[in-house]
Design a protein around this ligand. Sequence first.
Ligand code: SAM
Length: 280
Amino acid sequence: MAAIDGLPPLREVIATHELVAKKALGQNFLLDLNLTAKIARAAGDLTGCDVLEVGPGPGGLTRGLLAEGARRVLAVEKDSRCLPALAEIAAHYPGRLEVINGDALAVDVLAHLTPPIRIAANLPYNVGTELLIRWLTPAVWPPFWQSLTLMFQKEVAERIVAKPGTDHYGRLALLAQWRAEAKIVMVLPPEAFTPAPKVHSAVVHLTALPAPRYPADPAVLERVVAAGFNQRRKMLRSSLKGVHPRIDALLEEAGIPPTERAERVSLEQFCHLARLVAAG
Ligand code: SAM
């Protein structure tokens, strides 16, 4: 049966182009176009937006993004075997799909994008967290993107949205929630993918806030948070000893008992502490 966009069904695309999934490239494909359209809709209103997609593979999500009205999609794919399948989509949507064959960690995408920009991807698991951290820590804020709609292993998604006092709370949660609104918008079972991975996956939607929730110097905040969570079971007076010579007094001033552990400290308290550390 033909797909709704008039292009061949994804199983046929994969068979035609012999796209046998490669584990080393984190290839777990989404073949249900209803599902990829749903993920595209979770990215928000795409009309008038350029969308950056990392790892389009055979193009299921790419087709969803274009069908949902993205002005342009810039797709960065490392596996050159996928290029002919992506070229068919580009021909179907003239002038709206640009494909770069390369490593998303190395390609300078900004030269190819015009604001407003959203990012949507079923990320290769091996590079997903690294890309997310890069997108969350640009030199200037607000960043070049308005929103990120990204598929992760469910456990990683839970680390992004985690609240203080929970097992998953840590650097990733603080980094994501300091300057963005982060929500899990979909949870998918392994069978949603071909081949099926071992674990559940989840789509996280992050919206960039115009400014950080609480003021802090990014480098100092990162240093305090990293030191705190490096030894997450230790009391902060001990894990943060190297951060400031009077750390006990600064913790008290920030309203944090020095005997507390990092996993129970809120974002607001970490930002307060980072400001006190920065002030000397
Ligand atoms: N988006 C497709 C889908 O939903 O069916 C494919 C998703 S698959 C989980 C990840 C894709 O990322 C694969 O096509 C893989 O070749 C590609 N990939 C892996 N590492 C990459 C990298 N460093 N840069 C760009 N693409 C990469």
